[in-house]
Design a protein around this ligand. Sequence first.
Ligand code: MN
Length: 356
Amino acid sequence: MDGLLSIGDFSARCGLSAKMLRSYAAAGLLVPAAVDRVSGYRYYSTSQLHQARVVALLRRAGIAVSDIAEFYDHPDPVQLDHWEREVARDSMTRRQALVQARAALALGEVPPPASAESSRKGSEMRTNFLAGVATQKGGRDTNQDAVLVGDGLFAVADGLGRRGDVASRLALDTLGVAFAADRSISGLLNACREANQAVWQQASAEGEDAPMGTTLAAVAITSDVGVVVVHVGDSRLYRFQQGRLDQLTLDHTFVGDLIRSGKLSEEDAQTHPHRQILTRALGVGPVADIDFAGVSCEPGDRLVLCTDGLFRALPADDLEAGLATENGPQQSADQLVATAVARGAEDNVTAMILAA
Ligand code: MN
């Protein structure tokens, strides 16, 4: 049997204030179920608590009251997918503005809005890197790592699943074509979304027996905010600057999350039963959460894109030592990969060195 609750009691139990509840009711959402014919007071039913809690969550996700009311009038689970994409786009837009603000502060000038026709004068913008790349299959039967050295776009991808080689190649090809058509940061992020879609559609078409996905780590020279890194999964970007190596990306892995929250040591992570679990990858769902950030680099710096096969076989100290030579990027890449393989790398090993 349903109980009746005054607006105060209902508010206390669902966490929405009385004021909010009144405004929702005015919009046709969570209308009190009963009214006292004598006093005119309105009552909620305990059976409305569930809806109230869902409404509170949707509001916290930033969904408009009118949209929630519409949803309850015509409930359709597809709407939730739609909202999820909307939230992903919003957060992407906010992060993008932040990267642009950071770049503008560094350059001392605000980039024109994306719609503006004007193109930036290129003088202070980096136009290219000298790239060297090496990849070997290491301890595996096939090499599922893929690389891309394009015009202002440099990427590595590590395929996942039995058809991982298809996924990593498809992702990089799609990324390259899409970025060539729009070299702004928006274009770059769109290119990542297209790459995700391409792999996701391919995986869906091939079915359950051919699961696939891929990591991605890419450095792009964008037309509006300079050098930007995008990444998903556990492929990495390092910067070697004045003799010091910094990891610029955070792995999207189960153990990575544990390490960052202080619950697991780097050492124990090497043998953790879930050390192979990625928390994000490209092509494993309709939407991928892509990390991106501006990268500052000075002449003489080296950027290193690599797959996990490299850093699992070569600890950071060895990587740093391998870069502290007079070698050109191609020689460095060859040497790092050869060393990792010689040390018995169990996985595919890929390194791309960009000389600034
Ligand atoms: Mn790998």
